[in-house]
Design a protein around this ligand. Sequence first.
Ligand code: UD1
Length: 427
Amino acid sequence: MDIIRVEGGHTLEGSVHVSGAKNSALKLMAATLLAPGKTTLTNVPNISDVHVMGKVLKRMGATIEVADEHTLVIDTSQVDSWEAPYELVAKMRASTAVMGPLLGRFGKAKIAMPGGCNLGARKIDMHILGLEALGVSFDTDHGYIYADAADGLVGSSVTLEFASVGATENLIMAAVRAKGETVIDNAAREPEIVDLATMLNKMGARITGAGTPVVTIQGVDELHPVEHRVVGDRIEAGTFLVAGALMAGEAGVEVTGFNPMHLGMVLRKMEQMGIKTERIEDGLRVHRVERIEPVDIQTLPFPGFPTDMQAQVMVLSALADGGSIITENIFENRFMFASELSRMGAHIRIEDHHAIIRGVEGFSGAQVVSPDLRGGAALVLAGLTAEGVTEVSAIHHIYRGYERFVEKLTSLGAVVEAASVPDPSDD
Ligand code: UD1
């Protein structure tokens, strides 16, 4: 059993550089399918989700050269399969991002239906409705979705019921090769959408409005390979900002490699909590907060508060001087880490999709289980402040999205190590 062991109470100082964004890199990798030839992606995070997406592409016939740790040269010229198999989709739901590009390139796709995952029912009905408007017909059989644009993709107007990131991406990636114009209304506005549209436009696509609620795409006949740098990871940056707010020494902690504009609402909420940050080149410096003000937060699509920062900020509010309410609007089951945090002394009551939090003076180190990616990272953050030692298990969740998490925290002065311990259930 792999665990991360954290000794609480050590001051953090220095600078940490965040990696490229997981949620951007995965979609950019899928998009390389649209441009036969060698696309070079730089600033790719070395995390397990990227490895899974690499496997998905290889299974279709792509080759991937790892030019250096953060540079992938993906050659999609020999791709001759349009299937994303179950064992890979089951590992990572974001594999469904290949549906749009496969339809764009081959007019068909066979994708394993993503099963349940611990974030609740993550459906893909909006992807399907949108693609149907572009002329795709769908069939399901033996756990697979068969998508077919037998008469070619045709541009259309699509209004999304909800600004879904995944649906917006799949629609954009199909529409770039459709005949005529596609307009996506109520499109997601996340920075990762802008990154995707920027790369596709370099490839020869004609996309306008990315980053706004209305994205317009003029279909083109072909796309060509390019070189593109993955945008910095705003969520990894936010995670280290929380670490600094909790434990920075006199000089604060510097977090670089990202655009602070991508964290607008997170920074506004941190400011309301009494946390001070200042702009530095390529990032922010954060100072330790003496007294955390309680705050009410609800997760919303960008530019609202990101669901991917909900757990980390809950660690702060669990130490606030008063009561806070955090409302999760994006995913069911995203409060699982709260019961683990309660084992460390937090007072959190969950009512439906609200967490009602009464701040406590401090946490005490405990053995806790990482329930998912962001919840796992949040438990490590809690361990940094806790009295004694915290052991976080099931850390494979954390490595899905954080590159060298332990090493980066250690470089700031945290006393953290990844260790293998015997699994008691093996007895
Ligand atoms: C979501 C987050 C994204 C985050 C990513 C990884 C939002 C809006 N999206 O993106 O910021 O980086 O997880 O954690 O915060 N839904 C449907 N039908 C669909 C598609 C989505 O009902 O066809 C629902 C989902 O069940 C969920 C919500 O819409 O409740 C958000 O979905 P979506 O934005 O598509 O999720 P991801 O692309 O995974």
